[in-house]
Ligand binder design. Structure first.
Ligand SMILES: Cc1ncc(C[n+]2csc(CCOP(=O)(O)OP(=O)(O)O)c2C)c(N)n1
Length: 535
């Protein structure tokens, strides 16, 4: 029985596009291991730890633009997939979770390694099926716009299963169609543009396939735009004349320039920056419109999001009104001023954390892949990375903003033929210490793990005046590099260079005093009236 259920489930996964299986072996799922270890047409990875493995699978799915499957044994092993399922749900990643289970007769029995696995991931899966010999796997209802869960009930495994090598067949899988209402999307956009006079655009997480359409749209629209790094457009040379550089006090600075923003169009994911939190309290002052491939608005008071393929809407859309005016030009000009002064601050405080981020961005080659950890790195990249860096692909886990599974997601996204850089905090690195497990199974690649070790969760030191929030520590990361056979470089001085090692951990130790001074100076800079006020 196990043999036919296993083949049939794998065939259904293959039929919907899965070509990579991430396997966390245990007795209960050994029939899957048995089949997959001999299968030549599929890529397999093996992990001893399910939580990180699921994040790795998510990274693979994002990189290959296909669903990737993770297969676990029963019990708590299945429970370990919840964080990645949540992330994949909010990020819209087609992650296939296959959990082995004991036969249904064991439900509620408390028998060893059996748990209640039916709908284990609750609302975080777009599709669930309990597979038994009477209910074979059928994934045709999975929309592939979020995770799916297959709970596979298997009989007690034989000690030596002897499967007759059946053939799995590889057909061209069709991705389910993204259904959306184009007419409605255009009506909502038109209404927004008719109602506002001084709009701004924010672009956050964006698929690279939407880049061209968004660039053309922004150029035509000709209004100020905040380009978060994860949009992949922050450094785009065609948009620099529209780009707002600051990451804080955006609305205030626009107002000072006489451009009082009355509407914000969001393109892509939920923005990381402060402005999106401020908007929560500006319901009556600023109109918001969102266009995204996910249905989330990120605001409690506004649930209206145009959920559609961005490039299909924006590539032909023209606003019913023109917006460019003298006030917006004054504001954007003042932003260029601000950038100049920021560059001077990096020189003044070279050992401050953002200055290290800036220096690092100057050492990273064009066309690299950069993964930004949640917490300070993703914010500091936006604040400090050089806008000269061209052709970079930026990734981050911004579905749930968790700090777990970050190295594993990064490894899933690493690509040969380009530099791969992960920039993460120290607690984030500690959370995923098992992540480098997968490195020997990857092709030879240029992989750089940068740990910004500021001795704890320093994002909180900027918000809370007590140390209990920080989880402060004095750990250093050289032993972790050694454990995983990575070369190690330590950076704690004003000027630094890096070796040309291809698989390494770089520990950057910012100077606390310099960081505090830098933050105070940048705070003043962001507050200064840089624009001549227009009346
Ligand atoms: C799984 C999870 N637990 C807790 C948090 C809350 N959190 C956000 S940032 C952070 C601290 C991260 O510290 P570190 O990685 O050292 O980065 P730094 O703040 O120093 O940049 C914590 C605990 C979270 N985002 N995800």
């Amino acid at each position: 029985m196990n043999e036919s259920i296993t083949y049939q489930t794998l065939q259904a996964a293959i039929d919907c596009g899965v070509r990579e299986f991430i396997i966390c072996a245990g007795s209960r799922n050994s029939s899957f291991v048995e089949v997959l270890r001999l299968e030549k047409g599929l890529k397999t990875y093996y992990w001893p730890e399910e939580r990180s493995a699921a994040y790795f699978a998510m990274g693979r799915s994002r990189l290959t633009n296909r669903p990737a499957a993770i297969i676990t044994t029963s019990g708590t092993a299945a429970g370990e997939l919840l964080p990645a399922a949540m992330e994949a749900f909010y990020a819209g990643v087609p992650l296939l979770l296959i959990t082995a289970d004991r036969p249904e007769s064991f439900r509620g029995s408390g028998a060893p390694q059996s748990a209640e696995q039916v709908k284990l991931y609750g609302c975080y899966t777009h599709f669930f099926q309990n597979i038994t010999k009477d209910f074979p796997c059928n994934l045709s209802e999975w929309d592939q716009r979020g995770p799916a869960h297959l709970n596979v009930c298997l009989a007690e495994p034989q000690s030596q299963p002897k499967f007759i090598g059946k053939e799995l067949t590889f057909t061209q899988a069709l991705c389910p169609e993204f259904k959306f209402d184009r007419g409605h999307a255009i009506t909502v956009l038109n209404r927004f543009f008719k109602n506002v006079d001084q709009p701004m655009v924010i672009v956050s997480t964006l698929k690279s396939t939407s880049h061209d359409a968004v660039v053309e749209f922004l150029i035509k629209l000709d209004v100020p735009v905040m380009l978060e790094a994860i949009s992949g457009l922050r450094e785009n040379p065609r948009l620099q004349h529209l780009r707002i550089r600051r990451t804080d006090k955006v609305l205030e600075s626009a107002r000072q320039a006489g451009y009082a923003i009355d509407g914000i169009l969001r393109i892509g994911g939920i923005p990381t920056h402060r402005i999106w939190r401020d908007l929560e309290y500006l319901e009556n002052e600023i109109q918001v419109c969102g266009i995204s491939e996910m249905p989330f608005s990120g605001l409690s008071w506004d649930r209206r999001v145009i959920c559609a393929p961005i490039e299909q809407i924006l590539s032909t859309y023209a606003s019913p009104k023109a917006f460019a005016n003298e006030r917006s030009s004054v504001w954007i000009m003042s932003e260029q001023n601000y950038e100049q002064q920021l560059l001077e601050l990096f020189q003044e405080e070279p050992t401050a954390e953002p200055s290290y981020l800036h220096a690092l961005s100057m050492l990273i080659s064009d066309n690299s892949h950069v993964y930004l950890g949640n917490s300070l790195p993703i914010r500091e990249w936006d604040l400090a990375a050089s806008s000269k860096l061209q052709g970079v692909t930026i990734n981050a886990n911004r579905g749930c903003n968790g700090i777990e599974g970050q190295l594993s997601t990064f490894f899933g996204l690493c690509q040969p033929n380009r530099e791969n850089w992960a920039i993460i905090g120290d607690l984030t690195a500690l959370y995923d210490m098992v992540g480098p497990w997968i490195l020997p199974q990857l092709d030879k690649m240029n992989i750089n793990i940068v740990v910004i070790n500021n001795g704890g969760g320093q994002i909180f030191s900027r918000l809370y005046p007590y140390k209990e929030m920080l989880n402060a520590h004095t750990i250093d990361f050289e032993p972790l590099a050694k454990l995983w056979g990575l070369s190690y470089e330590r950076v704690d001085e004003a000027s630094f260079s890096l070796s040309d090692s291809r698989c390494r951990l770089i520990e950057i130790i910012p100077n606390e005093g310099a960081t505090a001074r830098f933050l105070s100076k940048v705070g003043k800079l962001q507050q200064q009236q840089l624009a001549p006020a227009l009346t």
